[in-house]
Design a protein around this ligand. Structure first.
Ligand SMILES: [Zn+2]
Length: 427
């Protein structure tokens, strides 16, 4: 699906925004991915600027995947609402969908468009904002620990230490960061336990080289990149054998070595697992006792339910039973079958754009209207510049002899300099 919107300004049709969603990506997301999306936008650096907004999913291998992307004039609530509505048209409102965004993106419309979605917030951005208001050892030791805590009791323990140090913490976090940033409150359906929005950073590095391109070329580059990734991962999936993705299985095996926990069975599938573990700050060993239920795939530490991967307590019980297979106790989203389903469809190959059909829209589509960048604008008198004079802090300053000579003697250099300034001023 490709949607291009334009608006009429002084009787000319100007490009406003566009959204691209490949069927292979949408179907792959719905059939093979966990219901988790990272939504963010990146500033484009080409002549027409604008923002590239994306909704990225993550497969069982933790590989990034853009499901839908859009090019918008700017990041405002109207554009985000439009983006969310189009995303809804593509994927519907899947059960258990969790959406992670950065704070202050104007993305408050998520819940109005995707009513079942859980809105999560990037912890890294929260911490940056938090540190502008609250500083001290107690916050350093407890804020991240509160975010990473799997259990509500652990979360409350860290929160109460911060609130005791400064009661304003609670009001600040409730009012300024109302979305979910603490793992203990994440739903158990998404099976993604990230507390930061790292996918957005990964996507940024995906497209870093294309950010200055013309819109058409940028979209074509993204399509080609997706086509190659689909092909590459489809072949990887074809060569896999077993039930669970190899890197997940290897990780479980590694974590099963050297576990010194004690097991007390209550039934064939239920046991108490106890021992000692390090606190978040790694400065203290404390006792724990958890109940593992293999049939229900739960542990009272809650890490298994939220991440979908068996926790150390479950691994200890599974390996204690010996006849059990670690691969049977991982969520289906980490299976090879799901991975293959994610990359089943192909992104179509395309010819050079010179061979593309020319649609008759009945009007000429002009480029987007250029917007002035935010902040104070520079004012440069082009007539003075032609004479080799620039204004600095209100005073006229003559340019260096070499620059003035170059500009005065070489017409093309003057023209080039003026074009450069015009471009920076968007005029
Ligand atoms: Zn556990």
């Amino acid at each position: 699906m490709v949607i291009i919107e334009h608006h009429l300004v002084r009787e000319k049709h100007h490009f406003k925004r566009m959204l691209v969603a490949f069927k292979a990506c949408v179907d792959g997301f719905l059939n093979g991915y966990r219901p988790y999306l990272s939504i963010d936008s990146i500033f484009l650096t080409g002549r027409f600027r604008g923002q590239l907004a994306t909704a990225c999913a993550v497969d069982g291998h933790n590989w990034l995947f853009p499901v839908v992307f859009a090019i918008m004039e700017c990041e405002d609530s109207e554009n985000w609402e439009w983006f969310m509505e189009k995303l809804h048209d593509c994927i519907g409102d899947p059960i258990g969908l969790a959406i992670c965004t950065d704070a202050g993106k104007g993305l408050n419309v998520i819940k109005t468009v995707l009513k079942n979605a859980e809105h999560r917030e990037c912890m890294r951005h929260l911490v940056t904002n938090f540190k502008k208001r609250f500083r001290g050892k107690v916050f350093d030791e407890n804020l991240w620990a509160a975010a990473y805590a799997w259990q509500p009791e652990q979360f409350e323990k860290h929160m109460s230490k911060m609130v005791a140090a400064n009661p304003d913490v609670l009001t600040y976090l409730t009012e300024t960061h109302p979305n979910l940033w603490m793992r203990c409150k994440f739903s158990e359906l998404a099976k993604v336990d990230y507390v930061t929005n790292n996918l957005a950073e990964s996507f940024n590095s995906w497209i870093r080289k294309f950010k200055a391109m013309h819109v058409g070329d940028l979209v074509e580059k993204l399509r080609q990149k997706l086509m190659l990734k689909f092909d590459q991962r489809r072949r990887i999936g074809r060569n896999m054998a077993g039930l669970v993705l190899p890197h997940i299985y290897n990780d479980l095996k590694m974590r099963s070595y050297g576990l010194k926990y004690k097991i007390q069975r209550s039934d064939d599938d239920i046991a108490e697992v106890y021992g000692k573990h390090w606190t978040f700050t790694k400065d203290q060993l404390v006792d724990f006792k958890h109940v593992v239920d293999l049939k229900g795939m739960t542990c009272t530490c809650r890490s298994w339910q939220i991440s979908g991967k068996s926790c150390p307590h479950a691994i200890a019980f599974i390996t204690y039973l010996r006849e059990e297979n670690l691969q049977l106790y991982v969520d289906r989203s980490y299976t090879i079958e799901k991975f293959r389903a994610a990359y089943k469809r192909k992104i179509p190959a395309m010819t050079d754009k010179k061979q593309w059909p020319k649609p008759d829209k009945g009007f000429f589509l002009y480029p987007p209207l250029l917007r002035r960048p935010a902040g104070r604008q520079k004012h440069i008198d082009l007539r003075l510049l032609m004479k080799g004079v620039i204004r600095r802090k209100g005073e006229e300053v003559h340019m260096s002899a070499q620059s003035a000579t170059n500009m005065g003697t070489t017409g093309t250099l003057v023209e080039k300099e003026i074009q450069k300034l015009k471009k920076s001023l968007h005029c």
